[in-house]
Design a protein around this ligand. Sequence first.
Ligand code: ATP
Length: 435
Amino acid sequence: MATQVDMDKIVSLCKRRGFIFQSSEIYGGLGSAWDYGPLGVELKRNVKAAWWKSVVHGRDDVVGLDASILMHPETWRASGHTENFTDVLVDCKNCKKRFRKDHIDEKCPSCGKTDFTEGRAFNLMLKTFLGAVEDESSVAYLRPETAQGIFVNFNNVVNTTRKKLPFGIAQIGKSFRNEITPGNFTFRTREFEQMEVEYFTNPEDAKECHQQWIDERFNWYLEMGIKKENLQLRKHGDDELAHYAAGCTDVEYKFPFGWSELEGIANRTDFDLRQHSEFSGKDLKYHNTVTNEKFFPYIIEPSGGVDRATLAFIVDAYHEEQVKDNTRVVLRFSKELAPVKVAVLPLLKKNSDIVTKAKALRKELQKDFSCVYDDTAAIGKLYRRQDEVGTFFCVTVDVQSLEDQQVTVRSRDTMEQKRIPIERLKEYLQVEFSG
Ligand code: ATP
């Protein structure tokens, strides 16, 4: 049965177990910035690796890129960000809090009054200066999306890979937006990570290709373990679309604070390459060498947030159940995403033979699996600790192991325990993880 979980529980578990800490906490924290702790960083790496495997290594038509965060300022004029990347903000005249106009209904979410200032446009790009002099000529922006790094490298990638349409370029990296109202933990922050594909296609195939990416990306979240009832697609209305987009559908997750966007999959038409050609004076048309035609490809863009996906995986994995008189908290991460795959636990930490054997076993297993060793509590408590962070298997070494060379393997989800000969343990785990 699905567990109803509130965000406070998630935030507190994340902090207590080392998934996510508030940034610069010892100084009182910085609003909207978060640090991934020892387990969080493993989880996030697994999310990115699974995405990369799915959209790059698992296909033969997508290649990767890692462009820099700082780009020529003309990039942002060409993309329209300098002029249009704005949210309308309003201030509540009563409590003086500031909101994004499209995020409030009539009443102030803070004090309930309805008296707001006129809306004014606020550019979300974070500005900085490059070099020693801070003047207009040294202005640069921290990129608000990774996509533009891909568009400006279009010719470089085509020329070096000789890719033919349709093909894509994928990138994972940090983006920055000076959000007016960050919040909901890591859901909306000013510094975040994106995972984006720009998929270039013939204009006449764009519609079909768009649908294929929508299906593929929706299914990826399911494959990674999100429950179907918590995932939905939402097609944008015409009034929501960017002026150049021919369509956009969001993958949404049912967070405790409501259905919210994990990823947008847009048909961006030929806008981006056309704009960059015009502003740079470089021809970014694709040359079809068979028909000898030159044209701007259409672009399908699945654009997801690493932090939002990671948060959704944590929330969705959270599970509480009653075991005898106790509540067992389990993070039911998928095999691919679980930050720790195997924990090796000695039943008696005072028995040096058991400890030596368990440590040797951990050393061997960590060659193939992300693995931890823990002897800082009694076995029941050790199991509960591992359940709470989603460790897939616990391997326990006991007195009997010293004689029969077997260990107990306990499954996180079923709590079932099996005796497995040490010499077959690796093979057993390999089969379990590949299934
Ligand atoms: P929203 O409407 O929630 O502000 P958006 O539609 O502006 O999001 P996009 O520009 O489509 O977002 O960005 C693509 C993805 O990048 C989003 O689906 C989201 O996962 C992630 N993302 C965007 N802004 C943020 C943010 N401030 N914090 C964390 N992730 C973000």
